[in-house]
Design a protein around this ligand. Sequence first.
Ligand code: FMN
Length: 335
Amino acid sequence: MTLSALTSDDFHLLAAAAGAAPSLHNSQPWLFRPTPDLRGLAVRLDLTRAVRTTDPDGRALHVSVGAALLNLRVAAGRIGRQAAVRLLPDPDDPELAAEVDLSGPAWSPPAFGRDLYPAVTLRHSSRRPFTDRSVPRVVIDELEEAAEAEGASLAIPAEAGVRRILELTAEAERRTAADLARLRETRSWLRAEAPAADGIPLSVLGPLDHDARVPVRSFTGSPPGPAVHTERFEALPQVATLSTRTDQPADWLRAGQAMQRVWLLATDHGLCASVLHQAVEWPDTRWRLRDASEGPGHVQLVLRLGYGLPGPATPRRPVSEILTTPDGRPAGDER
Ligand SMILES: Cc1cc2nc3c(=O)[nH]c(=O)nc-3n(C[C@H](O)[C@H](O)[C@H](O)COP(=O)(O)O)c2cc1C
């Protein structure tokens, strides 16, 4: 059954939900273009918003756009539609990340087993210390299944594995802090004073770990010292790696969808999360993140999970900037 054309309110809701996704440095590298028949959307990479020094291959950019695509699929259910997705459908147009056909009725029960739509706006990166409460096995099982359903694999290592991942992250963080080009680039996404629609407001950054066990990204590059606010973090952080079997742009988009599905589900379970991406940004530390006993795989992301204070909201670009007309012109706020 083919449903009628979507309204501009529908497209607005879809783009707003997609645009609420997490992205490297809150770069929001995405554009959404309705199809000419208004029954679908093209999801496009916005390469003008690439973070090129830190992410030279655009891997994290694809992961971010994959997260936006997952939000869009969740929001499709909210407007009574089912999203049928084709990833990278045109080899001559690699900036076309996905075509989303929205002409069919929504699945019942919800496509993701539960309604994840409220979590789209409730989810924020939480960089503060978590409590020592463990994530129950039954929740971990659900998160693993969610990643699997998106073609990725989520592994939650035991203590030795956690320590290895944190050491690699700390090593990468030190290297990044000593790399002037990366530091300059990261700082260019920090928003200190003027309100902005992208980047990371200084106010959302949390403290550094007093015991230097949890290497949260410092963003400013300042070494831990008396001037930097520190707090004690959880004794044994709960971290998860997200991997794919191969390492192509389609895998990065799948990893982004898996990350976001896991993160929304975790949010729905009352969990907080943040990304520890530093070790994935250097080829050698990324390689060493792999756990050979888990089988072949390319680590795409490290997530820290736990219970604690939800993170603060960060700004987003207005829908008028990320939603275009079917012929690719800026839609403006025409509603
Ligand atoms: C690929 C990717 C890498 C990220 N890396 C980090 C990181 O290393 N440290 C961090 O604190 N946040 C990281 N983030 C989270 C973003 O900074 C965050 O999503 C963005 O600022 C928007 O904030 P929100 O998640 O609260 O909506 C990453 C997000 C993505 C998608």
